[in-house]
Design a protein around this ligand. Structure first.
Ligand code: COA
Length: 171
């Protein structure tokens, strides 16, 4: 009897971690830029929020953005458009969580989504003293997850040269 209770307790303590999260909302007039379309800064904020929600759920604690890479705005987004952000965990290090964020939009009356941007955003799990702390390991299961993890690893390699160059500047 005692053993059964212990097993149940352990099961309850195991959190259901989600690998991805989707945000959907309307682009509001407050998000306008000087050209009448959606402000790039608003899109960057949404990317950070979607990435944070995904990272915080995975690590079960607080996390901070350490890196955002390669944001390229492919198409403008209009005020009144329905916006969708899909944030997916694709790789973990010791304390870092690499998250792929895709941003889509469409008129609420339309059927087809337009891809507006894509980027990789990296969060670091932080303990109560503000120090990086270990995160649960992401183990890709599907072919798509394995491909995306390799993509994250290739990007990390490619960034090394850029970071060395920028470190010189930031000295
Ligand atoms: C994130 C932060 C805690 C990392 O501290 P740090 O002393 O550099 O820690 P470490 O060198 O031990 O690195 C911790 C992790 O960050 C990763 N990291 C550090 N610099 C990175 C970079 N330029 N790109 C990607 N990942 C990076 C490391 O690879 C490491 O990951 P791992 O544990 O999975 O291997 C610290 O840089 C910080 O507080 N930054 C400010 C965060 C912030 O305020 N964000 C809000 C947006 S402005």
């Amino acid at each position: 009897m005692t053993i059964q209770i212990k097993e149940q307790t352990i099961k309850t303590l195991e959190r259901m971690k989600e690998k991805s999260i989707t945000l959907r909302f309307l682009a509001e007039p407050v998000n306008v830029n000087f050209g009448g379309k959606v402000h790039g800064g608003s899109v960057m904020k949404w990317i950070d929020q979607a990435g944070y929600a995904c990272a915080a759920n995975w690590c079960g604690g607080y996390a901070v953005t350490v890196y955002v890479g390669g944001i390229r705005f492919f198409k403008p987004m209009l005020i009144g458009d329905l916006v969708e952000l899909r944030a997916t965990l694709i790789h973990t290090g010791n304390s870092s969580m690499h998250i792929s964020v895709d941003v889509f939009s469409k008129s609420p009356q339309a059927d087809d989504w337009v891809r507006n941007t894509h980027c990789i955003i990296i969060f670091v799990s932080i303990d109560k003293d503000g120090k990086p702390t270990a995160v649960p390991v992401f183990a890709p299961e599907t072919d798509e997850e394995k491909e995306m993890e390799q993509y994250a690893i290739r990007l990390m390699e490619l960034r090394k040269g850029i970071e060395d160059e920028m470190e010189e500047y930031c000295k």
